[in-house]
Write a protein of this length. Sequence first.
Length: 170
Amino acid sequence: MSLLDIIKGRRSIREFKKKEIPEDVIEKLIDAIIWAPSAGNLQSRFFYFVFNPEIKKKLVRAAFDQEFIAFAPLSIIGCCDYRISQRYGNRGKELYTIQDVAVSIQNLMLTAYEQGLGSVWVGAFREEDVREILNMPPHLRPVAIVPIGYPDEEPLPPERVSRDKAIKIV
């Protein structure tokens, strides 16, 4: 598959098979995160890989009962690392850290799809609950939960906005 085929083929998956993810695939997911670009190459992101079923059940409650988080063999929590603000100030803290997490998650999701896995970006959750569940240090802020596993559904592609509504050539 070409990269554009991967981009166009990836879907948000909320139903997963009960099948573990092999260690070599986990390593590829980690590499996808690590090799993402970042502001000033400060890599102001941190990720929790949650396999523990009890922790995932707690994450479900923190995420307004989105049960599929617990059914995925792996749920990854992407966090901003606010220590970047020492270099870039408030803009680094409020924007660059989120961008660093976002681009890492994009890499993660595309690599997951390439490996035959499905994923979905979950942004609806109570941050303080997730912080407490994972016992996060104060410099980390959870901004996304990404359940990952082998898909047990095949959603149709969603409609996309037209090019003329999304792009202006200057």
